[in-house]
Design a protein around this ligand. Structure first.
Ligand SMILES: *Cc1c(COP(=O)(O)O)cnc(C)c1O
Length: 415
């Protein structure tokens, strides 16, 4: 392609970004986030979402009036209930979960540990000795299950997932059977962005007599979920990714209400007890989802996510998913125009409906390219061995911002 043609091409693609932004019904939400009035291109909202402007005020008010003014009274007046209050809002706005099944607690790693152990205790069948998982799941998921298998004397059955795509219903059908206790999978794959068939896989696992634990870290706030509708057993996810809860904000846990009576989670603490402040002898679990709690809730870490949940309730997950599909489609279009001819590979599904809200691009130079991009305020992330992950958070990302970021990758690659 000669330089003139290429400029023409870039001009048309830039014009397209402007049109997509002008026609975006969610465009007005972007200015509610800090830093969106600069030229910085943030393509990593799937790792750490941007803060909302109102979060500054919310945290300041909390310090002045809540923590500073109510002091210890705050626990009785509000804070002790927040894991469930915010959990219910998350269930309603994001998960497709009726109240009483979701709590905010711990970190995703710890929540997943507790859920997998609870799922095994629910199955409680000595013949079911296998946990099914896939080779491309997020490291913490794989390590956790390796540890649990060792603790409980169980066997791991690994599904070999295609790293540029993900786990299929057929693979799960093949891997499950009378020996399966639990299936642990990610709904949106952290590398490829592949969107697994959650209802289909859940059904296949159930028909084999197993229970499912879904990791929703890259789905919560980016794709529509119907956990109750799909009859999911257990699920967990992060709140610092698409839910903008801030670095290290606590995770969420979903336990389907049919598993709540007699739920056995492994970390018995006072906050999960029937009456935490009785300080009585012996552990007796609280009724319902409260028994999933272990220790004192991280109230500070729950403040920021409330702003995003309010926005999601206003915008609706259907509109958020629609914008996400347009963002990833435009990213793929820019990839095809500029990066594919330069030898970059798309390590994500080409079909929009098989993607979450990020894509991964592979090229041997990308480790160095990413470092150079960060220096110039273009911020995707790097995933070993040589992937740039372009994360597109629908409420805060504009098409023009994506254009700038992809153009910078193109230019950096030419150096
Ligand atoms: C981000 C992520 C996690 C992170 O778990 P933490 O306990 O918050 O560190 C777990 N699973 C998946 C799939 C993730 O993408």
């Amino acid at each position: 392609m000669d330089a003139n043609m290429e400029n023409h091409d870039a001009g048309a693609l830039l014009e397209q970004a402007a049109q997509l932004d002008a026609g975006d019904p969610l465009a007005r939400y972007r200015s509610l986030f800090i830093g969106t009035d600069t030229d910085l291109s943030y393509l990593d909202g799937n790792s750490l979402g941007r803060p909302l402007k109102r979060t500054q005020q919310d945290i300041s008010t909390f310090i002045g009036e809540g923590w500073g003014g109510r002091l210890i009274r705050g626990w009785d007046e509000e804070w002790l209930d927040l894991p469930q209050t915010i959990g219910d809002q998350l269930g309603r706005a994001v998960l497709g979960a009726a109240p009483g099944q979701t709590v905010i607690a711990d970190s995703t790693t710890v929540v997943l540990y507790k859920l997998i152990r609870a799922a095994l205790a629910t199955v409680a069948d000595p013949v079911r000795t296998e946990i099914v998982l896939d080779t491309d799941n997020f490291p913490t998921d794989r390590y956790l299950v390796e540890g649990i298998a060792r603790e409980e004397g169980l066997t791991l059955r690994w599904i070999e997932a295609d790293p540029a795509s993900g786990v299929t219903v057929e693979q799960v059908r093949h891997a499950t059977g009378p020996a399966t206790a639990v299936v642990l999978l990610s709904h949106v794959a952290y590398r490829s962005g592949f969107l697994a068939d959650l209802p289909g896989i859940t059904e296949v696992a159930h028909s084999a007599g197993a229970l499912v634990v879904w990791d929703l870290c890259h789905s919560a706030g980016s794709v529509e979920l119907e956990l109750d509708g799909a009859n999911v057993d257990f699920a967990a996810g992060c709140t610092y990714k698409y839910l903008n809860g801030g670095p290290g904000s606590p995770a969420f846990a979903y336990v389907n209400r049919r598993h709540l009576p007699g739920l056995k989670q492994p970390i018995w603490g006072w906050m999960g007890r029937k009456d935490a402040f009785e300080m009585a002898a012996g552990y007796e679990p609280a009724p319902g989802i409260r028994s999933f709690l272990s220790g004192t809730p991280a109230i500070f870490g729950m403040l920021a996510m409330r702003g995003t949940l309010d926005l999601i309730e206003e915008a609706g997950m259907a509109a958020i998913r629609e914008k996400s599909l347009k963002l990833t489609a435009y990213a793929v279009q820019l990839f095809e125009a500029w990066l594919e001819p330069a030898g970059v590979e798309l390590a994500s599904p080409r079909e929009p409906e098989l993607r979450g809200s990020h894509i991964t691009l592979d090229h041997p130079a990308f480790r160095n390219v990413t470092a150079a991009l960060w220096e110039q305020d273009v911020i995707p992330d790097f995933r070993a061995p040589h992937g740039i992950r372009v994360g597109l958070s629908p409420l805060s990302t504009s098409f023009a911002e994506l254009f700038r970021g992809m153009a910078a990758i193109r230019d950096q690659l030419r150096r």
